[in-house]
Structures are given as structure tokens and as C-alpha cells.
Design a protein around this ligand. Sequence first.
Ligand code: AMP
Ligand code: MG
Length: 351
Amino acid sequence: METKLVSLDRENIDMTVMEEAAELLRAGELVAFPTETVYGLGGDGLDAAAAQRIYAAKGRPSDNPLIVHIADTDAFSVLAREVPEEAYLLAKRFWPGPLTMILKKSGRVPAATTGGLETVAIRMPSDEIALSLIRTSGIFIAAPSANASGRPSPTKAEHVYEDLQGKIPMILDGGAVTIGLESTIVDLSGEVPLILRPGYITPEMLREILPNVAYDPAILKKTADPTLVAKAPGMKYRHYAPKGNLRIYEGSLDAVVAKIREEAAKKVAEGYSVAILASEETKGYYPEFVVRSVGTRAQEETVAANLFDTLREFDHMGARFIFGECFSREGIGHAIMNRLLKAAGYQMETV
Ligand code: AMP
Ligand code: MG
């Protein structure tokens, strides 16, 4: 199948293109589109066959559920069986935006969309192209990230094309996304609200409405423990990984730089292709190595925005070993470290 890559201007959306994309979705086909977090691979969330197509295109295990994207909270009553008061309060405060809520699913949502779970993940994105696609198609759009399973999530349309060309009919190109990390996922289906995936919306922000919100124990663990993953099947799969072997170093910045220089020199001496993931503040400390700054520590939103693109760049340069600095665990730093550790297969050393 030929994949059509079409640019759209967010400020002035070409409705002919939008209608074409909407028609594909209504026909059960897939369309990749930008959201403020990462690009999504969309299909009809109420159509089991469309969900199967999503899994097939991504090469994703079919027990790893999809997020259903909506443009109006009226959708709650169609998609969910029980809607707690908190869901409306969170929607009012954070939607449209990078927060996904897990609720008990209604009978309308096929098991294929939820990976066989009795719960459904719902989000209202803020990106104008995403909202227009949902409204124009009149469809609840099931969409996981539009990358091949296991690869870094796509933050540009080129990333989607790289992974899915020939497998889907259309990609809407809205340029680079603004946030760059996937949505925060909060599970409201149990007794205590739990964060299943850290993102731009932090626990501190959620506490205004969910005073007792806590991280799911599985995301605080340093290793992937298959016994802790029943709730969020996505947690058990290798994720975001570059092709090279990525290792992260944690500690004072001086010690981290010294250790990375030492390890990188060893691998270069052994003849390997080596790259270093650093920051604006530290990139100058590795003059003899191949180094990429992922953003500035003074504003870690820049690190979030560039992280996945930088991981893909290491693939393009054929880096065999990648040595990475750690980031803060404050605010968005927690989400950055969560993705970085997964990408590293939890290879982290404290120095
Ligand atoms: P992605 O954004 O591509 O990582 O895919 C959607 C993510 O949402 C996956 O990591 C899923 O595990 C998670 N998710 C979707 N639905 C549910 C659900 N019902 N319960 C828990 N996690 C979910
Ligand atoms: Mg994903």
C-alpha cells in the first residue's frame, strides 16, 4: 500500500485533506496524526477490525491496549460504564491536554481496543489537527503512538513514515509535536487513583483534584518485573529503545561526565561506534566524542521535546554504544527518566 504523507497547517486546516482522512477512518482504515504529546496511529475505537489493523501495522502485541481519543466529554457515557465525579473534574481542569483516564468500559468498546481489559483509556488531545480529525470523522479514535512497536515514539511525521510506510494509507503531517512524551495515564477504575505512566501532568498537579493519587508500584521499580504489570500491560514490553546499547549514569554531574568519558573511551578503543547523550550544559565536556545535546537542564521541557528524536538519530548514525546522562526527577524530569530508563532496558549505574 502506498502511504500518503500530507502537510497540514494547524492555523488553517485544509478541510479537503481532513475529509479524506475522516473518510478513511469511517471506512475502517488507519490514519496517523499529530497530537501535542506524540503522533498517534488512529482507527475506529468501536471497530474491532480497525483495532486489529493498528496492532498489525505497529507489530504490537494485541494485549497492549489503545487509548481512545475524544473531542467532547459526552463520549464518557458511550465509552464508560461508570464515570466518577473526579473524571469530570479532571476533564474540566486538564482537557483538552496530555492526560489519559482509565475508566470501566461500556459494552460498546470492543475487547480488541482494550487489549481484553474491562477498562478503557480515554483522552481529549489539544492539538487542533487531532481535534478536527475526531470531529470531522465523528469517530472515537483509538490511537497508540504511531511508531513500530518497541521503537522510540514518533514526535515528527518523518518518524511515522520511517516506521509505517507501506503499512498505512495516510499520515497527516503537522510538524514537530510540542510536548514530545506520551500522556500521563491515571487509572480511576479502582479504589485509589493510580498513575500508570508519568507524563507532562505531574502528581502534584493531579493532587488538586485527586488528593490521594499515587504512582502504581510498577513504575517506581527499577527493573521490568512481569509480576507487577497486570494493570498496564504496556509496562512489560521493551520500549522506546534505540538499536545501540544505551546506558545511563546517575550522580553528581561532574562524576557522571567523568564516568561517561571513561566508558566511551574504552568502547572507542575497542573499535565500536560510540555516541553520548548530553545536555546543553555538558555537551562541551566531550570534545573528542560524537555527542548530542538533548536539551537544556534549565528547562527540561526541551529535553522531553527532543528525547525520542535524539534516540532515533543515534540509530541513523549507527551508534553501537550510547552513554547517557541522567536528568532530574522533578516535574517532567520524572517522565523523562521513566522513558530514558525503559529505552536503556533499565541499565543505569550510580557513580
Ligand atoms: P501508547 O500511548 O502507544 O504507549 O499506548 C497506549 C498506552 O496506554 C499503553 O501503554 C497501554 O498500556 C495504556 N493503556 C491503554 N488502555 C489501558 C487500560 N485500559 N488500562 C491500562 N493501561 C492502558
Ligand atoms: Mg507507544
